[in-house]
Design a protein around this ligand. Structure first.
Ligand code: SAH
Length: 346
């Protein structure tokens, strides 16, 4: 069955012309699927009857089903555990900010990057998500909550640049004026640092925000918590990020999760300043979320504030990320791993 929601307009044109329909049918199909969120071909009343019966037999409109939905009583953050068509699970979080709704999307089922502090990678990668499955997470949340989402962060389960083609297609689809029409400036892509893919992404010149999970300013420390660093070390990563910036002219952000007694020292702050001073960038400081079987604890608030102050006083822009949805285990990977445990498959 053809996954219609993953096709771009050009492919849909080829598809309908092969069936001897005029090209405008492709646009109707695209709008129905992407702008109006059609779930079945029967809703497509503006298409010819024979075309609908052909589509029913040969194509599908992808969907996700809600396995669990948790709403934070403190800040309204909503977390979904979605079941995909083949029974796998992904997580999606919807957050409300003063400027509107933001959604955090998953890009893979599991992850193979192996970051020591991250729950999503514990069982490895199961499979990549199709472009349609990345879009579905957002479309289903919008419909369920009756809201319009304005911001997207690719910071859920998975490494977006390890599912490169599908993520590029997702960006193309979600930003399309005839579809969801999300402005690229409202999209952030977070990566653990796959250097060649950062260069590849730069070639597309999407005006999205690149967000880099740095988490440690020294190679020996980063090697221990992020295996990707053994392949692409900090200097290679920094070169790629700032080359990316030269091409796209966009401010980049760095995520830095603070782990007590490890990367929250004065020495680390000083090294971060060395790496980032004079650059157009922003540092997001995040107290680490404790995960099962791991020894990492979050730095205390005073420590975090001092770390932030150290950076900002030396000209490195840094803020502490507000923790949303703490009462519903909103950090990624936790619901999925609970579910796998429940089903006895972890
Ligand atoms: N693979 C991508 C995107 C997914 S992870 C990446 O590495 O950037 C999204 C962010 O959450 C990353 O910065 C990741 O390092 C961080 N993260 C993962 N587990 C965490 C935890 N237990 N506490 C705090 N941040 C965590």
């Amino acid at each position: 069955m053809i996954d219609l929601k993953s096709k771009n307009l050009q492919e849909l044109c080829e598809f309908v012309t092969k069936l001897s329909y005029p090209k405008y049918r492709a646009e109707q199909l695209f709008r129905r699927i992407h702008a109006r969120g059609a779930r079945s071909f029967d809703e497509m009343t503006d298409l010819p009857r024979e075309m609908i019966s052909y589509l029913k037999e040969n194509a599908r409109i992808s969907f996700v089903e809600t396995e669990r939905k948790l709403t934070s009583s403190s800040d309204g953050t909503v977390k979904y555990l979605y079941r995909l068509h083949d029974g796998h699970f992904v997580e999606t979080v919807v957050m409300k900010y003063h400027h509107g709704y933001s959604v955090c999307l998953s890009t893979q089922v599991g992850c193979r990057m192996g970051c020591a502090f991250c729950q999503s990678t514990k069982g490895g990668k199961v499979r990549d998500l199709a472009p349609s499955e990345i879009i579905d997470q957002m479309m289903f949340a919008e419909r369920d909550l009756d809201i319009r989402i304005g911001n997207i962060v690719l910071m859920g389960i998975g490494e977006p640049l390890d599912n490169f083609e599908n993520v590029i297609r997702f960006l193309e689809l979600v930003g399309h004026p005839k579809g969801q029409n999300i402005g690229y400036r409202h999209i952030s892509l977070s990566t653990c640092g796959l250097v060649p893919k950062i260069y590849q992404l730069a070639e597309y010149d999407f005006p999205i925000t690149l967000s880099v999970s740095l988490h440690a300013p020294f190679d020996d420390m980063r090697n221990k918590i992020m295996p990707v660093n053994r392949k692409y070390d900090i200097s290679a990563l920094m070169r790629a990020v700032f080359d990316y910036q030269k091409i796209t002219n966009r401010r980049v952000s760095f995520e830095y999760t603070l782990i007590r007694g490890m990367n929250d020292t004065r020495e680390c702050a000083a090294q971060l300043v060395k790496l980032l001073r004079g650059r157009l960038c922003h540092v997001n400081l995040i107290p680490v979320n404790k995960i099962q079987n791991e020894r990492f604890d979050a730095s205390d608030r005073r420590h975090i504030a001092a770390f932030q102050e150290y950076l900002t006083q030396r000209g490195v822009n840094a803020t502490v990320r507000r923790t949303l949805g703490a009462d519903i285990s909103a950090s990624c990977g936790q619901l999925r791993s609970d579910q796998l445990e429940k089903e006895g498959t972890s």
